[in-house]
Design a protein around this ligand. Structure first.
Ligand code: ADP
Length: 492
């Protein structure tokens, strides 16, 4: 299933679930809710106007109320109205806080029967102010003896009898309260509601489809780019970065991929260079061995002893190179075993200086030391000796006759700093980091003593394996150079 289909399907599902939940909740609500009485009240209000209740009541003066004939006349008017308008009319009088029936057009309540009515606050307050003086409109409900509820609208009017008694006459027009639920009422509108609902669902579908399309495109396109990039890497093509676009997670993936691609490319290049360098650097001594050996064999060598010496030198160089390459590979693979023993580093440096002093003096160099006593250090003595020897022989090698070399050792915080400083040929600033690369030599042609370009790479690996750092410093060509080894005291 494609991303787009999956997104579209999940939107659909969401839409359907949302509609079902919403519809279900509304149905449940409507089916439990009675239809509002407002429509009945509205109808009754119109009838109240038609009956002209005010006039009917106004005609009932207090004196006339006692007159049987007048009362009968009102009853007739009310009955006739009830009949023609198909509505129930009740006439009540309030006495001692109770409403007593004076007449009920339906004949349900006998005369003088007390009736309890409930005001509908919401509807009556809206219309109350339309009548002035001592009359007021009222809307509400009462219960029939059979339990059915009736809604009424009407007017009540207050009279004061000659004996200063307050009498309240009320005329009510009543209809049975609707028993239908809100759902029944609404069901009349279903025909009208369904088409717009379907339309809305259709629009929802369309929106979902467009959204699915947009989102899937923003996610799928960068992912497809990544897939092609991964395929390219599989084919060995490392040159192209994937653009970092799309949603955040996909961008993070693209960034991680680009990083990985760059790393793989770097390692691949380094390995290729390494192999090329090894074979190139092995070729030179081999060629000269072959040349001199052939010359001796053919008897054309001017000085066979000298030729044999050169062959021996070159073979020694080859030997050194092979063992250095092996060292380096083992160091980088982390498979070189290191012994951690307490070391007197000052003693170790002193020993190496003594050994190399002969070489320095032969070259007419001054070799001086400044070795402070430093705390005991844990490390591999042979390997650290290899580092110091490399730095010191480099200093001797790259310093012309008459120059001087200084080896110093000082404690520095929780570390020990060893510096080998010379005033020799120096290193151009741009090369300061490169000299630590495998096989890198500032100027391959310079100097009679050709090296391998592996010494510093190995030295740095050893120092780093001890948790320390090895850095170079030089003001430029012929400005001398200094190499700093910083070793932590506690490196377990
Ligand atoms: P090499 O066997 O060529 O000496 P290294 O890895 O020990 O290999 O050194 C790499 C390069 O760094 C050297 O070829 C040289 O150009 C430069 N270098 C090392 N030490 C010094 C120094 N003390 N002064 C100037 N250049 C140096």
């Amino acid at each position: 299933m494609t991303l787009r289909t999956r997104l579209f399907a999940s939107y659909m599902l969401l839409l359907i679930v949302a509609l079902l939940v919403l519809g279900g909740t509304l149905l449940l609500f409507f089916s439990r809710q009675a239809a509002p009485p407002q429509a009945t009240f509205q109808r009754l209000a119109v009838l109240v106007q038609a009956l002209n209740v005010r006039d009917v009541l106004r005609s009932l003066t207090p004196t006339q109320q006692t007159s049987r004939r007048a009362v009968e006349q009102v009853r007739d008017v009310l009955d006739e109205f009830a009949q023609t308008r198909d509505v129930r009319v009740l006439w009540l009088v309030q006495a001692d806080e109770r409403q007593l029936i004076l007449h009920d057009s339906s004949g349900t309540f006998a005369d003088d029967h007390p009736l309890v009515i409930t005001d509908d606050r919401f509807f009556s307050t809206a219309l109350e102010r339309t009548l002035g003086g001592n009359a007021r409109q009222l809307y509400g409900s009462f219960q029939n003896p059979d339990g059915s509820v009736w809604l009424f609208g009407g007017v009540s009017r207050t009279f004061t009898t000659p004996r200063r008694q307050e009498v309240i006459n009320t005329l009510l027009l009543a209809e049975p309260a609707p028993t239908a639920s809100l759902q029944d009422v609404l069901s009349q509108f279903y025909g009208a509601i369904v088409p717009p609902l379907l339309q809305a669902a259709g629009i929802g579908l369309l929106v979902a489809f467009v959204l699915a399309l947009l989102i899937s495109r923003s996610v799928a396109r960068p992912l497809q780019n990544l897939v092609s990039a991964v395929r390219a890497v599989t084919r060995g093509q490392y040159d192209h970065d994937v653009p970092e676009e799309g949603v955040r997670e996909v961008r993070a993936l693209a960034r991680a991929f680009n990083h990985m691609r760059a790393e793989v490319q770097r390692t691949q290049n380094a390995q290729r260079d390494f192999l090329a360098n090894v074979s190139h650097d092995l070729k030179t001594p081999l060629a000269s061995i072959q040349g001199y050996a052939q010359a001796i064999y053919e008897g054309v060598a001017h000085d066979p002893a000298e030729a044999a010496r050169i062959i021996q030198d070159e073979a020694a160089r080859l030997n050194r190179m092979v063992s250095e390459v092996t060292d380096l590979i083992r160091l980088q693979a982390g498979s070189m075993p290191f012994q951690r023993v307490p070391l007197n580093i000052a003693e170790l440096v002193e020993g190496i200086v003594t050994r190399l002093r002969v070489v320095a003096e032969r070259k007419n160099l001054t070799l001086s030391t400044n070795l402070s006593s430093v705390p005991t250090l844990y490390g591999d003595g042979d390997r650290l000796a290899q580092v110091v020897t490399n730095l010191l022989s480099n200093a001797i090698k790259y310093t012309p006759s008459g120059g001087h070399v200084l080896v110093s050792l000082v404690p520095e915080g929780q570390s020990v700093r060893l510096t080998v400083r010379d005033n020799g040929v120096g290193i151009p600033p741009a090369e300061l980091e490169r000299i630590f690369e495998r096989f890198y030599q500032v100027d391959k042609a310079r100097g009679s003593q050709r090296g391998t370009g592996l010494g510093l790479a190995i030295a740095r690996e050893i120092v780093q394996a001890h948790g320390g750092t090895l850095t170079a410093e030089s003001a430029g060509i012929n400005q001398g150079a200094a190499f700093h080894v910083l070793l932590p005291l506690q490196s377990a």
